[in-house]
Design a protein around this ligand. Structure first.
Ligand code: FES
Ligand SMILES: [Fe+2]
Length: 376
């Protein structure tokens, strides 16, 4: 059975996003840049959802994110000076509070000027630092602050960890595609044997029947805890070094987060991959992992730092090549059950947009536990 996205829309699925057009979701936290990219009073540039941002840390170390556009004449604030409290535009010297974006000073005004500079704002976004990233809460493109009757943003996402001591690693890559193709690539089980062939992982001949249990979770779905695929070497290795059977659990949560937890006795590895829309045609994949498996023997670190980039490069190459075809054809076929997760993603997105539009609670597209079967 296959699903063409256009007929699907006629079957009562709420409008648009089933078409893979890469609509970007507002009202969520996104990782803007790595913590290590900001030192002292340095201003750093980033872009999220086609909004240019300038980020930094105030003198107390608290991070901030402003729209990188001066409200006076659109000069990028990131060319300006930052004194630990206010950002000063390099064109006419207007100063803005780094956190609220409120204008503090306009040097050209005479003492008797009637202009109330405190009514002028540069766009600003709630900002938080977690897991080695500066996150911005993208409530709207202009960076309007939430009105008094709007709820405050939820806490920024955090990678789950399960013991006091652990190691951490980060990887990232640019994906030249819209956010939908980046995300469904992330949850696509069927490309493994073809794209990620490697003697230590799997080959196209290791393809076999899979059956995985899924369940709905708030804003997403979970591949329930299970024993990982016997055809992948890293899991065999994990079993060998811990002496315990491993279980793995994978969550997808809107707008763009994939969490994976591997547990084997007291050992654990927890990772999160996000695919963040930078522009309509460009995403960034950010991967962070924490683990306590053999901290004194860098095998996990080796897997992540040496094999991880190779794995990600295989995905970026495929996405680049796919772009050559997507220029001429944006329809897609979602084939059960291998593409069911991709379908759920589009349905979740549509349900979320519908709930924002109507103010009603989100109607979850996954009604209960379900087993999906495919070969990979
Ligand atoms: S453009 Fe920024 S102060 Fe004039
Ligand atoms: Fe992949």
């Amino acid at each position: 059975m296959y699903y063409d996205s256009r007929p699907l829309m006629n079957e009562g699925t709420p409008a648009k996003p089933t078409d893979g057009s890469g609509e970007m979701l507002w009202g969520f936290w996104y990782p803007a840049l790595r913590s290590s990219e900001i030192h002292g009073r340095k201003l750093a540039r980033a872009m999220l959802l086609e909004v240019p941002l300038v980020l930094g840390r105030d003198s107390a170390g608290k991070p901030f994110a402003l729209r990188d556009i001066c409200p006076h004449r659109a000069f990028p604030l990131s060319f300006g000076q930052f004194d630990g409290t206010s950002v000063e535009c390099a064109y006419h010297g207007w100063q803005f509070d780094a956190h609220t974006g409120q204008c503090r000073h306009i040097p050209s005004l005479t003492a008797d000027s009637k202009l109330k500079c405190e009514r002028i704002y540069a766009g600003s976004f709630p900002c938080a630092e977690r897991d080695g990233y500066l996150w911005a809460f993208m409530n709207n493109p202009e960076g309007r602050t939430a009105g008094a009757n709007e709820p405050p943003p939820p806490p920024a996402p955090e990678l789950p960890t399960f013991s006091e001591l652990y190691k951490v690693a980060h990887l990232s890559a640019d994906l030249p595609c819209n956010v939908d193709h980046g995300i469904i690539g992330l949850m696509d089980p069927a490309h493994g044997p073809f794209v990620h062939q490697a003697w230590w992982w799997r080959t196209r001949h290791s393809i076999r029947d899979k059956a995985k249990q899924f369940e709905p979770i708030p804003n997403g779905f979970r591949m329930s805890p299970h024993t990982p695929s016997a055809n992948s070497a890293p899991y065999k290795l994990l079993k060998f070094i811990t002496g315990e059977p491993a279980t793995t659990m994978i969550d997808f949560v809107l707008p763009n987060q994939r969490f994976e937890q591997i547990r084997a006795g007291k050992y654990w590895l927890s990772s999160r991959t996000t695919v963040t829309p930078i522009r309509r045609d460009l995403c960034r994949l950010d991967f962070v992992a924490a683990w306590n498996i053999l901290p004194w023997f860098p095998i996990v670190s080796f897997i992540i730092h040496v094999l991880g980039p190779r794995f990600i490069r295989q995905d970026t190459t495929v996405i680049e090549k796919q772009g050559l075809g997507l220029k001429y054809e944006d329809r897609m076929m979602l084939v059960d059950d291998a593409d069911r997760q991709a379908r759920w993603y589009f349905e979740l997105k549509a349900a979320h947009l519908e709930s924002v539009r109507t103010g009603q609670p989100m109607r979850h597209p996954v009604s209960g536990p379900v087993t999906l079967r495919w070969r990979s």
